[in-house]
Design a protein around this ligand. Structure first.
Ligand code: HEM
Length: 196
């Protein structure tokens, strides 16, 4: 990919300079790495803390993709990002002046009771789980969404087949998260398992 960036040429546009290339590489490294890692750990935490839901997925592995959407909704690895309002507008009763800096919290929308009844519940069969905002929305929708979904699906299809008994390691988990305003992820997750 770095070779492609170095060789990229578009008619009439100057080639990318080193700073621009580094910016793209950093973005892909951060956006595409820590997020997916956090998603897999968070989904595993939700499963081991909700054994009834874990059982449903083990009994019917076709639920894995929807379980991943539900984990993205509840534990959104990207909690929100920033925007600058290009025009004055109004959301609900809140007036937003032109030029205002906004923290748009996808994770908050993902627990909107109007969209997701009983929103704090982890429900691997939730019919509209995929309507979450965990990958953003609109022009800047995550370019890696399909890859992240695939990685998580392969991870869980493999893990749940090879280790049908997975539980929390007794007394070792405090479920502390890495302090960050934007990214959400567990510092550690200690598990015990029995191999099949
Ligand atoms: C669970 C995994 C992931 C989550 C939760 C996630 C979340 C997001 C979100 C919320 C945005 C929207 C940003 C905005 O509104 O400004 C975004 C954008 C982006 N994501 Fe992801 N992402 C994930 C995985 C990936 C992967 C695997 C890649 C690359 C291989 C990636 C690359 C990007 C890039 C480059 C953007 C910027 C797109 C743009 O501004 O047009 N992400 N991601």
């Amino acid at each position: 990919m770095t070779t492609d960036l170095l060789n990229a040429r578009l008619d009439g546009i100057k080639p990318l300079d080193v700073a621009e290339m580094l910016n793209i590489i950093y973005q892909l490294l951060i956006a595409g790495n820590e997020t997916t890692t956090n998603l897999i750990a968070s989904a595993m935490m939700l499963l081991v803390r909700n054994p009834d839901q874990m059982r449903l997925v083990i009994e019917d592995p076709s639920l894995v993709p929807n379980m991943i959407e539900e984990a993205l909704r509840l534990e959104s690895p990207v909690q929100g990002l920033f925007r600058v309002a290009k025009a004055a507008s109004e959301i609900g009763d809140v007036k937003i002046p032109e030029g205002a800096r906004l923290a748009v919290m996808y994770a908050s929308g993902n627990r909107d009771e109007a969209e997701f009844p009983d929103a704090d519940r982890f429900d691997v069969r939730r019919a509209n789980a995929r309507t979450h905002l965990g990958f953003g929305q609109g022009e800047h929708f995550c370019i890696g969404a399909a890859l992240a979904r695939l990685e998580a699906r392969v991870a869980f299809e493999t893990l749940l087949t090879r280790m049908p008994v997975i539980r929390l390691a007794a007394g070792k988990n405090d479920f502390a998260h890495t302090p960050s305003f934007i990214l959400r992820g567990l510092r550690e997750l200690h598990l015990e398992f029995e191999a099949s």
